[in-house]
Design a protein around this ligand. Structure first.
Ligand SMILES: [Zn+2]
Length: 355
């Protein structure tokens, strides 16, 4: 049995930084996030059937239903069922956004990635909104297989249901769990975070009908408040520029070797993810974001290369192999393989292969 680590969309190291600057809500949210996520997985989750190129597989029959629960500003989950699949809108913005945005995610998974919900078996989606009092976080709970969203304090963070990319990011953690289950530490952990940012950006751009060159490439820009000190949580286009002292590197030469603990962001999982994030942005600029997302998603299903302990160079090899396979099937633009090599060499990952 392995130890299962998970974090909220706001990493503990960042909440700690805010707490050290005197933010009381951040202090409370650190404790709550930890309590909720400290439980370990006591039984392995049900796995989808092995698929190498999943887009060749038919989408399965069962249509996932959405169930949005209102925690009514308490810490009890699944407190009041506020809106289920097919129900009309309610008068709570958080309930409606969770419903609408998760619908957009499910449509993207199905229509673009050919995946049926998080588990690829049509799993229903459970959301808990208005969790706690001004709770400063949102997360995918791997133990209970459901999502939880706080309201924020209106100063550092606004309601966590406001960002489509944050909702897609959290769901993508679920997908990773069902595909390669990347270990949440150091490079494999940074790849885990990276994939969630990839899906977050791709879903948002698709929904807003943006192209790679017109998109802002920001994660969480709708949830940061006036006192946050930045414009978003991360930038895939310019890692390290989202907020004051944003620690994300954009090249292997600036890779941060951090301790595998909370203060070190488990070896920099939300930090070093900037490097592959930049590579994804570069590939998207050449072949389009949806194509790049399809490529990444299929690579994530290639467990020969992208196994639980995969490193950045393994991800590169998986993506390159997938680019070759999909291109030979006429499913990717002719320049995909070159675009992948160029991007990973620009961020300093490609040169590492074979060294
Ligand atoms: Zn994450």
């Amino acid at each position: 049995m392995h130890k299962h680590k998970a974090e909220g969309v706001i990493p503990q190291y960042l909440l700690k930084k805010l707490a050290n600057e005197g933010n009381e809500k951040a202090k409370e949210s650190i404790v709550r996030t930890k309590e909720i996520l400290k439980k370990r997985m006591d039984k392995p989750i049900k796995r989808e059937r092995d698929v190498t190129i999943s887009s060749a597989q038919p989408v399965r029959d069962h249509n996932p239903d959405r169930h949005i629960y209102d925690c009514e500003h308490t810490e009890s989950r699944r407190k009041k069922l506020a809106r289920s699949e097919g129900d009309p809108a309610t008068n709570d913005d958080d309930v409606n956004r969770a419903y609408d945005f998760s619908g957009i995610c499910l449509d993207y998974f199905k229509n673009v990635l050919n995946r049926n919900s998080i588990d690829n078996l049509g799993m229903d989606l459970i959301f808990n909104v208005n969790y706690g009092e001004n709770f400063l976080n949102a997360f995918w709970d791997p133990n209970r297989q459901e999502m939880v969203f706080g309201d924020g304090d209106g100063k550092t963070f606004l309601s966590f249901t406001r960002s489509l990319d944050v909702i897609a990011h959290e769901k993508a953690h679920g997908i990773t769990e069902y595909t390669n289950n990347l270990e949440y530490a150091q490079q494999s952990g940074a790849l885990n975070e990276h994939f969630s940012d990839v899906i977050g950006s791709a879903v948002k751009q698709h929904a807003k009908r943006e192209s790679a060159d017109s998109a802002d490439w920001l994660i969480g820009n709708e949830i940061v408040g006036p006192e946050f000190g930045g414009i978003a949580l991360r930038s895939l286009k310019e890692p390290g520029t989202a907020f004051t002292n944003d620690p994300q590197p954009n090249h292997m030469s600036k890779y941060k070797d951090l301790p595998v603990n909370e203060d070190g962001d488990y070896g920099g999982v939300h930090i070093n993810s900037g490097i592959p994030n930049k590579a994804f942005f570069l590939v998207s600029m050449e072949i389009g974001t949806d194509n790049a997302a399809i490529l990444w998603y299929n690579a994530w299903n290639n467990r020969e290369y992208l196994h639980r302990h995969a490193q950045f160079k393994d991800a590169f090899e998986a993506i390159l192999k997938t680019a070759q396979t999909l291109s030979s099937q006429g499913m990717m633009p002719y320049n995909t393989e070159e675009a992948v090599k160029r991007a990973f060499s620009e961020v300093g990952i490609y040169s590492l292969v074979g060294v």
